[in-house]
Design a protein around this ligand. Sequence first.
Ligand code: NI
Length: 191
Amino acid sequence: MAILKVARMGHPILRQKARPVSSEEFGSDDLMGLIEDMMETMEEYGGIGLAAPQVHESLQLAIIGFDGDNNRYPDMGDQELLVLCNPVITVLDEEKQGYWEGCLSVPGLRGKVYRPRKIRVDFQDPEGKSKHIEPEGFLATVFQHELDHLAGVLYIDRVEQGPGKTELVFQEEYDRYHVPDEDDEVGEMTD
Ligand code: NI
């Protein structure tokens, strides 16, 4: 096991479309080793998700998992660690919800992003078995943020910017001026 170096915005790998995990790779020592390293890396940096391009592997692979007790918003609940290979998203509810997002590849910043509130994700597990999940609410945002990484998209691409908008901010200013209060609909995430 090893803690991997995280690619930061500006590294070209974050802008590439990742290649699918091939049938020969499923269940292989290489794939399992990479997943273990990604788990360790995510834990080390306190993320709730990590996509392979963030650790310099241009592969359609992402992990997601968090413990509600460690989250600023306990009502977000827990998500058991999930490994997604070759995920495909279908939007089930177009209604948009906003969360403040952060990213280990874009350190020091936060941005408010509006995304569909309910999706379906079809994917394969590390053994190649087909599965699906229908995340909604906060979890739907986490999945969409993570899977964007596999398409070379960063959350900052989706922040609405312009005059009068303060929706892309430094962490320090976020802490001072933008932390949502408890009854605010807008929560936050970091991967
Ligand atoms: Ni990210």
